[in-house]
Design a protein around this ligand. Structure first.
Ligand SMILES: [Ca+2]
Length: 257
């Protein structure tokens, strides 16, 4: 993970300059083609004519961004896929929204230099929200963004949920997309594997224990370390992960993320 705490004010200025530059470039281009091969993020709900808003998606894979602009020592990486889309097929337990239901996207957490722009509105802080569309017109290409120093590689999360004013529906659970400019080194955490190495090791257990006592850890997505689903990483979680690392029986039941 790349952090740039001391560079924040300068980063903000550069990010703004890059955003303006990119906007000028994009306005000169035709509408984005649908030939990227990146699967859509389908927008629906958990029940017919109601229930919780939900996504049918493939966010377990990183969203790979391309360099689009450079200002001074920073590069803006961006992509217009995956796009949000009304469902074209309905897997079990997934339903299209009733026509007329307006859906908004709200950011719940995000990495240090990540953002998403939807319909001209840049969402770059927790709580930022914008209307995605009104069913069935939900096709929308966001602009997924990562601003990094020249030469830096990074893989950062952006967590979000769907909300609506429609009384028959409740907000979605939180989803996390991972944005990277280097797919090969982008390690996405899973339950009990907060460092995203692909396996549960003693290192993961130590990270959970560190998070449990408030020390810096790899638990950037707390749900990956909350293996008993209690709401936060605890010493109990650390013990479970260590048991799993040692090949002993251990229930790992993280909240969805
Ligand atoms: Ca691991």
């Amino acid at each position: 993970m790349t952090t740039m705490g001391g560079d924040r004010p300068r980063l903000a200025l550069v990010a703004t300059a890059l955003a303006l530059l990119l906007a000028a470039m994009m306005s000169a281009r035709p509408a984005f083609a649908h030939d990227s091969g990146v699967p859509f993020i389908y927008v629906g709900a958990t029940a017919a004519d109601g229930g919780a808003l939900a996504l049918d998606h493939n966010l377990g894979l990183p969203i790979v961004l391309e360099a689009t602009a450079r200002v001074e020592d920073f590069v803006l990486y961006a992509a217009q896929d995956p796009a949000f889309e009304p469902p074209s097929h309905l897997p079990e337990g997934f339903f299209a929204l009733a026509p007329g239901v307006t859906v908004a996207v709200e950011v719940t957490d995000l990495g240090p230099s990540v953002a998403v722009k939807i319909g001209g509105v840049e969402l770059d802080r927790v709580g930022a929200s914008v209307v995605l569309g009104t069913a069935p017109e939900l096709h929308r290409h966001p602009e997924w963004r990562l601003t990094l120093p020249v030469g830096a590689r990074s893989c950062q999360p952006i967590g979000f949920r769907l909300t609506t004013d429609a009384p028959a529906y409740t907000p979605s659970r939180r989803y996390t997309a991972w944005l990277t400019n280097d797919e090969a080194t982008c390690a996405i955490p899973t339950c009990g594997d907060p460092d995203g190495s692909g396996g549960i090791t003693v290192s993961d257990g130590v990270n959970v224990l560190r998070a449990a006592v408030g020390l810096a850890s790899a638990c950037i997505v707390p749900a990956a370390c909350d293996v008993d689903g209690s709401g936060a990483p605890s010493v109990t979680d650390g013990v479970r992960v260590l048991r799993a690392a040692a090949g002993l029986p251990a229930d790992l039941a993280c909240p969805e993320f």
